[in-house]
Write a protein that binds this ligand. Sequence first.
Ligand SMILES: O=C(O)c1ccc[n+]([C@@H]2O[C@H](COP(=O)([O-])O)[C@@H](O)[C@H]2O)c1
Ligand SMILES: Cc1cc2nc[nH]c2cc1C
Length: 401
Amino acid sequence: MLTSFHSMESGGDDGKVPTTVIFVVGTFLFFKLRYYIRGGTSMENLTEEQLYTRLQKLTAAILDLDGEAMAQIQVRLDSLTKPQGSLGQLEQLAKQLGGIQRTSGPKILKKAVLTMAGDHGVVEEGISAFPQEVTPQMAYNIMNGGAAINVLARQANAEVILTDVGIAFPVEGSLINKRVANGTQNMTKGPAMTRRQALQALLAGAEVAEEKIREGYNLFATGELGIGNTTPSSAIVSILTNSAVEDVVGRGTGIDDAGVIRKRRAIEKAIEVNQPDKTDALDVLSKVGGLEIAAIAGSILQAAASHVPIIIDGFISTAGALIAAKLAPKSMAYMIPSHGSVEIGHRKALAGLGLDPILNLDMRLGEGTGAAITFYIVESALHILEEMATFADAGVTEKTV
Ligand SMILES: O=C(O)c1ccc[n+]([C@@H]2O[C@H](COP(=O)([O-])O)[C@@H](O)[C@H]2O)c1
Ligand SMILES: Cc1cc2nc[nH]c2cc1C
C-alpha cells in the first residue's frame, strides 16, 4: 500500500504514469470492453441479495398515474367537436398516456418493439409443434428483417430490438446479448431457473428498456420468441389467475390433440414437482417460467418506473405482465392491451390484469406483432387530443339537454 502510494508520488514527480494507475485503469477498460464485445448483463458479479435489492428499487420507483394531468385531458376531450365520450377507448388511451407521462400534452417520440428471446428445457416433453432450432433460426430471420414483426414495425415506423436472454446456444448479429443461461431446465424435473437467474433475466429486461429510454424511445411494445414458451406461460397464467390447467393450455404453434394432452401433463407435473408459491411471483417465475418471460416482466417494470407506456402483446407477453403486476401492482396502469390471441388462456390472463383486448384479429404469432399494430391506435388517441377543433374553435353548438 505504502509502496504504491510512494510510486504514485514518484510517478507524479518524474512525469511518468504510475503502474498502479495503469493497472486500475487497464482493468476497468478491459472489463468495460469485454462487456461491450461479449454483451451480457452488468449483473454477473452481483449476489442474489444485491439483485433482489435492485428489483425492489425498481418496483418502489413506480408511481400512480398523474390524476391532475388526466383531469385536464378530460376537460380538453369534452371540449372537442364530438358528443362527450363518443371516441370511447381512444379517449381512455389519451388520458392514460397523459397520466403516464404526467402532462396534459403527451407526445410519442420514438417507438420500439422489445422482442425477448429464450429457450425452454421443457421442449423435451414434446410440447411444441416445432423443434427448438427454430428459436435461433427465427432470431436470424428477425435480424435480417424478414419476420412478421419486422414488416409490421416498419409499417408503424418502430424499431425492433431483439434481445437474447437465453437462446439454447449463442447467435451472432445485431441483437442485444443479455444471455443468462443456455435456455431453461426442464421444469417437469425441477425448477426451470434458479431464483438468481430469474432475477438476472428480469433485470436484463429492465436494462434493455432503460437503455432504449435513454436513447429517446417513449412508447414500447412487448414481444418474444421461444419455442415451447406457451407451456411456461400457461403454467404462470394457471397459477396467478387461479385457473384450471386445462382452461389455459392451447395449441401454441399448432400442436395436435395428443400434444395438448402432453402439454397439460407437463404443466401439472411441473407444478407437482416444484410446488410454486403463488403469493411469490419470483418463486412462480423461477420454477415454471422462462428467461424471456422474466425479461418481459422486467421491461414492463422499467417502463412503468420511467413513465413510459408499454403495449402488451399476446399470451406469453401477458404471462410476463402478470408477473410484473404481482411484483408491482402499480405497473398495471402503464400497460396498454393490444389484441386477443387465439391461445385459449389469453382472455383469462388479460382479465387478471383488468385488461380487455383492443383488437381481435385471430392472431397467435407473438414476436410483438399484435402490439405493433396497436401503435396506430395509441397514436390515433394523441392525434385526436392534439388536432381536433373545439366547439368554440369551430363554432359548433354544444349539447342542449
Ligand atoms: O403471442 C401469442 O399469443 C402466441 C401464441 C402461440 C405461439 N406463439 C409463439 O410461438 C412460440 C411458442 O409456441 P409453442 O407451441 O412452441 O409453445 C413462441 O415463439 C411464441 O412467440 C405466440
Ligand atoms: C416459424 C415460427 C415463427 C415464430 N415467431 C414467433 N414464434 C414463432 C414460431 C415459429 C414456428
